[in-house]
Design a protein around this ligand. Structure first.
Ligand code: ATP
Length: 327
């Protein structure tokens, strides 16, 4: 072990299920390697305000199964300023912290990269966001749980859709990325899936719905990502279909923040445990500016710069499968 003896851990940006499991893993790995672990409340804002707590292996009992984050999360405009980052650095020096584990999304990593450039402060990132939109990992923490939550909700909507012969538009999270929509759509057997990455055209959707009516289907589900490219929000889409296909009785359901909450899936808990251990081990080996992630079920590292810049291609084969399934 080198000069790293006190490691800070924080959760930043949007919360996601599995963040607590990752905090637990970082804390326990620190205890295992006899490093001190300091929790930082409310992400970069807590760093600026010196809102710190000492964490021991016992501080993180019974949190592996909890959604949200015990350290709270925040978005900090102050950290976007040089002055704010200077205050954050002063607090780190004052509390004799030697390195940071940042659990968050690409915004949090961007802040981390800038901070590292300015102060040469060692940082490792753990990808925590339900959107799965980070390059360098096949899965971000919380994505698997969010998918399962969305599928469960759509299953319930299907019950009422089929009882009343209705068409439901279900909006799921994903402003820039269609991972949840595409996978939950296939998993829940949706008729159509609208995602930000691909404009499939409204005509195609109408054709597909007509086709399914002709094929004898009396109810349908269309899954729409928040940021889909149709140019219409989910309510306008529903209205558009009602105007063009009056035979359909259309309803809208927006799943919203429920997709962020709840107990993490086993997959997310295991992923969080693996990534937390690796993050601490990297810091103790004097590595910095890396993100830990998963590829082919192996824990890998990617530079934070690359993780921020790199695109994460959606699996278009899934759209094809979805098409075939609606035959
Ligand atoms: P999610 O994907 O869930 O939205 P995120 O980590 O991308 O998570 P952001 O709100 O984009 O969430 O970023 C979290 C915080 O990171 C910001 O509130 C800000 O404090 C910091 N941050 C983001 N971008 C920058 C930047 N360019 N410079 C400095 N700090 C930044």
């Amino acid at each position: 072990m080198g000069k790293i003896k006190r490691i800070g851990v924080m959760t930043s940006g949007g919360d996601s299920p599995g963040m607590n499991a990752a905090i637990r893993s970082v804390v326990r790995a620190c205890a295992y390697y006899r490093a001190e672990c300091i929790g930082i409340y409310r992400g970069y804002q807590g760093l600026i305000e010196g809102d710190f707590v000492s964490l021991t292996a016992r501080s993180v009992n019974n949190i592996i199964n909890k959604g949200g984050t015990i350290l709270k999360s925040a978005r900090s405009d102050e950290f976007r300023t040089k002055e704010g980052r200077k205050k954050a650095h002063e607090n780190l020096v004052e509390h004799e912290l030697h390195a940071l584990v940042v659990i968050g999304g690409d915004g949090s990593f961007t802040g981390g990269v800038i901070f590292n450039k300015e102060f040469k402060f060692p940082i490792i990132g753990i990808p925590g966001t339900i959107d799965n939109d980070i390059f360098g990992t096949s899965h971000t923490l919380g994505y698997d749980t969010a998918l399962n939550t969305a599928v469960e909700a759509i299953d319930k909507i299907r019950d009422t859709a089929s009882s009343h012969n209705r068409l439901f538009f279900v909006e799921v999270m994903g402003r820039d990325a269609g991972f949840i929509a595409l996978n939950a759509g296939v998993g829940a057997g949706a008729e159509e899936i609208l995602i930000p990455e691909e404009d499939l055209g409204l005509k195609r959707m109408l054709e597909s719905l007509k086709k399914s009516r002709r094929a004898g289907k009396s109810s349908s589900i269309v899954v729409v990502a928040e940021g889909d490219k149709s140019g219409k929000n989910v309510y306008e889409l529903a209205q558009y279909v009602e105007e063009n296909l009056p035979e359909y009785e259309v309803r809208v359901s927006v799943l919203g923040h429920m997709q962020r909450g709840g107990a993490p899936s086993c997959f997310d808990r295991v992923l969080a445990s693996r990534l937390g251990v690796k993050a601490v081990e990297l810091l103790l080996d004097n590595e910095t500016n890396l993100m830990v992630g998963l590829k082919n079920n192996e824990v890998i590292t990617t530079s934070l710069e690359e993780a921020i810049k790199g695109g994460h291609a959606i699996n278009m084969e899934l759209l094809r499968v979805s098409d075939i399934m609606t035959t």
